[in-house]
Write a protein that binds this ligand. Structure first.
Ligand code: GLU
Length: 485
């Protein structure tokens, strides 16, 4: 069945993609998949001053990481700058000039600034159209070309925001083509969306105030407007302002590099401002294709809560099969996963094989929230860390004990472990017997043994950890702790 749903993601290559841009892309992709239509990538690079080298490749990498593959614009990128060369926008601009709906703007920026200041002094809103030149010069390249608006009332339907009523006072003359010959976003996107037969324009909130102007231009160009869907801002954690770099708006690929799963990112982005009406927090991509709807995107800003992202990722990691998790954290050539892998360097010493690393991974899977935590969580499985006296001196319970007493406990423990086969079951029995023999609480005795054998303040279950470490390491580390006490 062919469909006429066509959505687009139209980023400007001006820097890295963050959650806001990525969420817009996801929503547009979902609407295309739902409608069995096409998702188009268009690079809006008409602002030459803001163009950043490598940004286009970065955008493509981000889409690839989340598998939001464009149906058009990937193999043959659609770049507005190239369409400028092909004369696409000029053709439409000429139409407007001919119909008397565009004029050469004769003012210098200083003159416009004066108009603006005058309006301010008069306490009136500034409108370009109040300063239309009576006899504008003939337009020629090098002069800005301005749209001649026909102000009127509009009711604009937006799939997310509902019906937006506006009056003529918000319709104004705006620049279509800049002095440098490049079209403005306001002009170019309308031409492109029309030529590319885009059915749904899904974009961020920053463009909502311009909708009446766009309506006016659609009319002047005799173009049927698409369906509009305005996605609200992503707010900082406090919900009081738009998320910025300072609030932790990171490059999407940073999350990939830190070891977030694409599935997590998809669920997280989808639920930033959208829900299916239930409490469900994680959705597979197929569930989203099934359930997502623009009508259920909330109108107000969605709060960015990185802790929720971390929690979601931990939940996804726990669900992975051990072998899959192992593949994710190991070095490999897949560009969409951190190529170098996440293990601490020591994990590749010759004495450690894959079976050992898998055992370690199995133990930490429960607690791993993103892959970059792996060295911190597993370092002691691969190397003897120096005895850190602070682990005892700052421990709530252990700090109350005499060193000689702690030494005595460790000697006892060592004697018992020396007779163990180091199976988890035997270690558990021995640890429990030690509790009985010493009359100590687990928080004291087990913490002490944990610190001695790992030099870490936390670890997976003690007997499991010791079983993986093995007898030799455990005994020698207990010895080191005893000597240091
Ligand atoms: N190039 C615009 C931006 O990156 C895209 C807006 C749109 O989707 O129309 O903000």
């Amino acid at each position: 069945m062919s469909s006429n749903v066509r959505t687009r993601f139209a980023p400007s290559p001006t820097g890295f993609l963050h959650v806001g841009g990525m969420r817009t892309a996801l929503f547009a992709w979902l609407v295309a998949r739902q409608g069995k239509g096409q998702f188009i990538l268009r690079i809006e690079d008409t602002d030459q001053k803001r163009k950043v080298e490598g940004a286009e490749e970065h955008i493509i990498k981000c889409l690839g990481w989340l598998d939001l593959v464009p149906d058009e614009g990937l193999k043959n990128p659609i770049r507005q700058s190239e369409r400028v060369k092909d004369g696409v926008y000029q053709k439409w601009a000429d139409k407007l000039i001919e119909s008397g709906r565009a004029y050469a703007d004769p003012y210098s920026p200083d003159e416009v600034q004066k108009f603006r200041e005058q309006a301010q002094a008069d306490k009136k809103p500034f409108l370009y159209r109040n300063h239309r030149p009576e006899n504008p010069p003939q337009w020629k390249p090098g002069l800005p070309l301005r749209f001649k608006s026909e102000p009127k009332d509009y009711v604009t339907h937006d799939e997310v925001m509902g019906d937006i009523k506006t009056g003529p006072e918000v319709v104004d003359d705006f620049i279509l083509i800049k002095a440098d010959g490049f079209p403005t976003y306001n002009f170019a996107h309308i031409v492109d969306d029309s030529e590319m037969e885009i059915s749904h324009v899904i974009r961020g909130q920053e463009f909502i105030a311009s909708l009446p102007n766009y309506r006016n231009l659609y009319e002047a160009l005799d173009i049927e407007p698409p369906i509009f869907a305005t996605v609200p801002h992503i707010m900082n954690e406090q919900g009081n302002k738009k998320l910025s770099k300072r609030d932790g708006a990171k490059d999407i690929l940073d999350y990939r590099n830190e070891g977030y799963l694409p599935e997590t990112m998809i669920s997280f982005l989808a639920t930033l401002g959208w829900n299916d009406g239930t409490e469900q927090e994680t959705f597979t991509i197929d569930e989203l294709i099934d359930k997502f709807s623009l009508a259920r995107v909330q109108k107000s800003g969605a709060r960015f809560d990185e802790r929720r992202l971390i929690w979601l990722n931990g939940a996804h990691i726990r669900q992975l099969k051990l072998d899959d998790l192992y593949t994710y954290v190991s070095p490999h050539n897949d560009d969409f996963i951190h190529g170098a892998g996440y293990w601490p360097e020591a994990a590749y010493k010759s004495k450690y094989d894959q079976a050992y690393r898998k055992k370690v991974l199995n133990l930490v899977q429960e607690r791993l929230k993103f892959f970059a935590e792996l060295p911190e969580l597993t370092g002691f499985f691969f190397e003897d860390l120096p005895v850190n006296p602070e682990l005892i001196s700052t421990h709530k319970q252990l700090k109350k004990y005499d060193k000689s007493e702690l030494k005595k406990y460790l000697e006892k423990a060592k004697a018992s472990f020396e007779g163990s086969d180091f199976s988890e079951a035997d270690l558990t029995d021995r640890l429990n017997s030690l509790l009985e023999e010493t009359g100590e609480k687990p928080i004291v005795l087990f913490s002490l043994i944990r610190i001695a054998t790992t030099q870490a303040s936390s670890s997976p279950g003690l007997s499991q950890t010791m079983a993986v470490l093995g007898k030799e390491k455990c005994i020698s580390r207990i010895n080191a702790q005893i000597s240091a006490l």
